[in-house]
Design a protein around this ligand. Structure first.
Ligand SMILES: *Cc1c(COP(=O)(O)O)cnc(C)c1O
Length: 402
């Protein structure tokens, strides 16, 4: 069972942090190990996932989308978009929030890019009566002004980060820096399967509720396991959450879809698994978009949630061992994917999972007839309506820049 005791997934993972937070990571690991064994913790988290977040989410058979793809494919959508706060992130923040309370912490710290994880953390802080500070790049605060308002309405302090490119990677650096000085009272709530051990394991476990439900639901609906699991990958938490409970089902194929941006030239995408090289970022070793001097490259994607130069170490390991394959979908294709799902099923997805929807078109001709595909629909599209309008035109029918 991975990771190993030092937090490694093969050559990836580990712990690369300042000495001052080593003790906090050990405390977190112990608290998590104890919580996992504690029936009361599992009951409390399960109750909140059900009554507060809205689990289980449906596994929906998208018949019109399936028909449009041909080959008698049977495409199912795992509807994380229906959760409270609009995406899968709440699965993780509820789990970490409960752990923080168990450890006696009074404050949550988080980094956020698009603001989705910031909103999910601020939500849980309000729910548990904890203070909350969210670090966000100035550039992202400008692009995601609505989520800044949401976090503040929920009682969180949003702290602008002016260093570097003023985006997610800089917000992570600032959150870690702040944590170093506040570890006794604060829990750092990381938003994806990244960062030092035990975070990639912990976040994966909290998100694995997605795949556990999907496995049960597809067996009930089809009487068999799926041919393919498909999900978008930013840091990789919604994808790992879907994949992990199927890890021993060797015939179930895993495909992760990264942000191909405007092209696969350096600085114009966020396809870390496709184009990255091994390196250390934000406390762990994984693949990383970097130039030949080891400088982290800028990234670009139409979907803020995928716009990150690193990726979770477990995905890097899955790619190395061939357990999962990864592909990139461009901005233009993702926009068309969002539109296709809206028109065929009446579901407007977030632009992140729209990458996975778009990839179906490439995948369909390579699957045998009647194959069953589960797509992780990680979030809803409300946050992206303006972006869609800007690129697709007001009636959505005439792509302008795509
Ligand atoms: C944050 C986010 C993602 C990317 O994060 P992962 O950790 O890769 O899942 C994907 N989809 C949505 C809707 C998000 O909010």
């Amino acid at each position: 069972m991975l990771p190993d005791r030092t937090g490694h997934f093969g050559p990836f993972g580990g712990t690369f942090v300042p000495e001052t937070v080593m003790a906090a990571l050990a405390e977190l690991e112990q608290a998590y190990a104890a919580a996992r064994r504690d029936a009361a913790f599992r009951r409390e988290l399960g109750g909140l996932l059900r009554d507060y977040a809205g689990r289980p989410t449906p596994l929906y058979h998208a018949k019109r989308l399936s028909r449009a793809l041909g080959r008698n494919l049977r495409v199912y959508l795992k509807r994380e978009d229906l959760l409270h706060t609009g995406a899968h992130k709440i699965n993780n923040t509820l789990g970490q929030g409960l752990l923080a309370v168990r450890m006696g912490k009074r404050r949550l710290i988080a980094e956020t890019g698009a603001g989705q994880h910031g909103v999910a953390t601020a939500t849980v802080a309000a729910l548990f009566g904890l203070a909350c500070e969210v670090f966000m790049g100035e550039e992202d605060m400008r692009r995601q002004a609505l989520n800044v308002v949401r976090m503040r309405l929920l009682g969180a302090r949003v702290t602008p980060v002016a260093s570097g490119t003023r985006t997610l990677k800089d917000a992570c650096n600032e959150a870690i820096r702040n944590w170093v000085t506040t570890v006794r009272t604060s829990h750092y709530c990381i938003g994806s399967v990244v960062g030092p051990h035990p975070y990639p394991m912990l976040v994966r476990d909290f998100q694995s509720v997605i795949g556990r439900e999907a496995r049960r639901q597809i067996l009930a609906a089809e009487g068999r396991l799926p041919t393919v699991l498909l999900a978008c990958v930013g840091g990789g938490s919604n994808a790992i959450g879907l994949f992990h409970p199927f890890r021993d089902d060797r015939r179930v194929r895993f495909i992760g879809v990264e942000a191909g941006g405007s092209s696969l030239a350096p600085g114009r995408h966020a396809a870390t698994l496709l184009k990255g090289r091994i390196g250390v970022l934000h406390g762990s070793r994984s693949l990383l978009l970097q130039d030949r001097f080891g400088q982290v490259l800028p990234t670009a994607s139409i979907s803020a949630g995928l716009d990150y130069p690193g990726v979770g170490p477990e995905h890097a390991y899955y790619q190395l061992t061939g357990r999962a394959r990864y592909a990139a979908v461009s901005d233009a294709q993702a926009l068309r994917g969002a539109q296709r799902l809206a028109r065929t099923e009446g579901i407007l997805p977030a632009l992140e999972p729209a990458h996975a929807i778009a990839y179906l078109k490439r995948l369909a001709p390579r699957l045998r007839r009647g194959a069953v595909v589960i797509v992780g629909l990680s979030g809803r599209g409300d946050k992206d309506v303006q972006t869609l309008a800007d690129h697709l035109g007001a009636d959505g029918a005439h792509p302008r820049h795509v």
